[in-house]
Design a binder for this molecule. Structure first.
Ligand code: MN
Length: 445
């Protein structure tokens, strides 16, 4: 990974935006993640922005200021649009050119300080939109710990199906239900087969859950009928975000065989506004490994580069804020934490496998990693796992209990990468809030 590091990763760099250097800051000068935003409630056009400390660099304003030239200027012009699809389509050279120009302009002592300062908007004044027009959304299942935990609950005799260790399992989700952090949604209703019942009933979901996932935004796509080779795959990935794949477990248990998740997943999916580029994550790459006793990948999923640095060590956390915590001024309780490095399949393997049949990916397509659970019990990325299918309620510090989510609950996903020799690179948060089922969605009795 040393070859992937450049001057923008230097941990000694400081910005003239002083909040970027605060301890625990997600949005350091070495991060520079992308979002789409506007001033809250302003009616302004949405446009691209880059986070720096507590501020956003307004990329439309910066494009008008004509501070950059060459490839960085062309890339910047694409970021003035209300979605980042055109910028994503330009590929790694363009992303990297803009990152370098921004890094230099934001460094302490930069000659561009005075010209850039008017382009800053405080994050506290901003509202966000989805960063891209998401044409297609695919959700994978890349944590073997999650697949085994869940498989055990749904099929005690046969937790892990035989294909799991050979290919990254996925299903096609609904792009229409993806929302940006702050998403509020109504508890879904659907068809449920209660345990021991003779026939299903319809009504509000009783086993509502979150899934802690990493989102993968596709940059440049591939033509239908072509495949993306494993070692080219990361050049097609614009960056990563946080993704909460809200799940209705009772609806899922009844509907999922034989074609996989359907209405249990398509009522809401929440992503963080900020997309962290793979370039920003370069210091946090890790070896991708496969236990020697497991099947080793087929040739199209195997490479020296993947073995050396195909994984990313991103810390992931789930926080819950109940209605009572909110009333009592508590910010929430952490339910679990894990790392993306435990994924059984890497980002590049998911992309290569997705296109092995010639499927075309397009700029702005979104892939979910699947629920990220680590090997330890406290590292599970869903309540289904933490409560063992609802059998063991989770005791919260304030005395409340949760088997599954209740109306009024807010779930907050966080992610960051941190270590001594590198600058912290954080994702901010993906926040979603559950509202009661609509009246009229009551049971069919
Ligand atoms: Mn999922």
């Amino acid at each position: 990974m040393d070859g992937l590091l450049n001057e923008t990763h230097d941990p000694a760099l400081k910005s003239w935006v002083e909040s970027a250097s605060r301890a625990g800051q997600d949005f350091t000068l070495q991060n520079l993640p992308f979002a789409v935003f506007r001033r809250d409630g302003s009616g302004e056009a949405f446009r691209g922005g880059v986070a720096i400390g507590d501020e956003i660099v307004d990329l439309a304003a910066l494009a008008s200021a004509r501070l950059f030239d060459g490839e960085a200027a062309q890339a910047l012009a694409a970021c003035a649009a209300p979605t980042l699809n055109d910028f994503m389509a330009r590929g790694p050279q363009a992303w990297s050119a803009l990152r370098l120009a921004l890094s230099r302009a934001l460094r302490a002592g930069s000659a561009q300080t005075a010209a850039l300062r008017p382009c800053l908007v405080p994050q506290g004044d901003a509202e966000y939109a989805l960063p891209a027009r998401i044409g297609d959304y695919t959700d994978f299942y890349a944590s073997i710990h999650h697949a085994t935990n869940v498989g055990r609950l749904f099929r005690p005799d046969n937790p892990l199906l035989p294909n799991y260790k050979w290919l990254p399992i996925g299903y096609h989700g609904r792009a229409s239900s993806i929302g940006v952090s702050g998403q509020r949604f109504v508890r879904p209703s659907g068809q449920i087969m209660a345990p021991g019942a003779e026939r299903p009933s319809v009504g509000p979901c009783q086993r509502l859950d979150y899934e802690l996932e990493v989102g993968i935004f596709i940059g440049a796509g591939n033509a239908l009928g072509t495949s993306i080779a494993l070692d080219d795959a990361e050049a097609h990935v614009f960056g990563l975000c946080l993704l909460n794949d809200w799940s209705a477990r009772d609806i899922q248990a009844w509907e999922y065989q034989p074609l996989g998740p359907f209405l249990a997943k398509s009522f809401a999916t929440t992503i963080s506004p900020w997309i962290v580029t793979l370039e920003a994550l370069a210091p946090y790459r890790a070896a991708w490994t496969r236990p020697a006793e497991d099947p080793q990948p087929l040739p199209y999923l195997e490479s020296v580069a993947q073995r050396r640095m195909g994984a990313f060590d991103i810390q992931l956390e789930v926080w819950l804020q109940t209605e009572r915590m909110r009333r009592e001024g508590q910010t929430g309780e952490r339910l679990s934490h894990t790392s993306f490095r435990h994924a059984y399949w890497s980002v590049a393997q998911m992309v290569a496998h997705h296109t092995v049949n010639g499927c075309g990916l397009q700029p702005g397509d979104l892939l979910g990693s699947g629920t990220m659970s680590g090997p330890e019990p406290g590292e599970a990325g869903s309540l289904l796992e933490l409560s063992v299918g609802g059998k063991q309620p989770l005791r919260l510090a304030n005395g409340e209990e949760r088997r599954f989510l209740q109306d009024g609950d807010t779930v907050i996903l966080r992610g960051f990468a941190e270590r001594a020799a590198s600058a912290r690179v954080g994702f901010g948060a993906a926040v979603g809030h559950i509202m009661p089922a609509r009246t009229g969605d009551a049971a069919d009795a």
